[in-house]
Design a protein around this ligand. Structure first.
Ligand SMILES: [Zn+2]
Length: 254
């Protein structure tokens, strides 16, 4: 696959050369077009080890996500970054299978506050196993609630782990209505205890792997029934990026 991209790039350069009007901008544009013709996934040829072909940051970034959290190596939370959640907004949401996950986009998302800033819930999506691990433990599923500060465009993601147990009402709504718009309340994804979590600064876990993402991993997991987990995994089971090096980062705990 890498060879094909290279071949296309060379072709692009040749075409630009033949035109005579050699502008860097044109080459860059054609290069981008060639890259857009293929899609990242979790497989052998376009999976995580090849994501640099979609975004350099995936390979060169040193503050990437997910990571393995070692509870014994955490430090106490900087309370300026304490998480305050306001997700209790019942409303319409579009449920989509986007080829990487099942993604739910509310028309009007709730908000979270941290460091005196407000971030709005853009979408939430699920992974067939958790991406972050705690002391090497991978949870049965995870939901990533992706928030964005509308002014700075910075992201903040709240992760809620699922382990097998009682059925979760919102999961059925999501799985049974892929491709439709339904009414739901994202608050139902949250455990009762939202005040204990791990926090660190990482990245999006999919291309473009953009960094400076505030991550909050809630300690208390939610439950999903064995049937629900199995049902979700009919869509996606291996849509998790391998854990990345922590490098110079520290993980905070509350
Ligand atoms: Zn995710």
């Amino acid at each position: 696959m890498k060879k094909e991209v290279l071949a296309l790039s060379v072709l692009a350069l040749l075409l630009v050369g033949c035109n005579g009007s050699t502008e860097v901008k044109e080459t860059a544009h054609m290069h981008t077009k060639a890259e857009h013709d293929k899609h990242w996934d979790y497989g052998k040829n376009n999976g995580p080890a090849h994501w640099e072909e979609f975004s350099q940051t995936c390979a060169t970034g040193i503050h990437q996500s997910p990571v393995n959290i070692i509870p014994g190596k955490t430090i106490n939370m900087d309370h300026n970054y304490d998480l305050s959640m306001h997700e209790d907004v019942t409303g319409l949401a579009k449920i989509l299978d986007n080829g990487h996950s099942i993604k739910v986009t509310p028309q009007h998302g709730g908000t979270i506050d941290l460091h005196g800033e407000t971030f709005t819930l853009l979408q939430f999506h699920f992974h067939g196993k958790s991406e972050h691990t705690i002391d090497g433990k991978r949870y049965d599923m995870v939901v990533h609630m992706v928030h964005q500060n509308p002014i700075t465009k910075q992201f903040a993601v709240v992760a809620v782990f699922f382990e097998e147990g009682e059925a979760n009402s919102i999961l059925d709504t999501v799985i049974d209505n892929v491709g439709k718009t339904v009414t739901l309340d994202p608050q139902n994804l949250l455990p009762k205890d939202n005040s204990h979590y791990y926090h660190y600064v990482g990245s999006l876990t999919t291309p473009p792997c953009s960094e400076n993402v505030q991550w909050y991993l809630l300690k208390a997991p939610k439950t999903a029934s064995a049937v629900q987990i199995e049902h979700f995994r009919k869509f996606y089971v291996d849509n998790e990026r391998p854990v990345q090096e922590l490098h110079d980062r520290v993980v905070e705990v509350n």
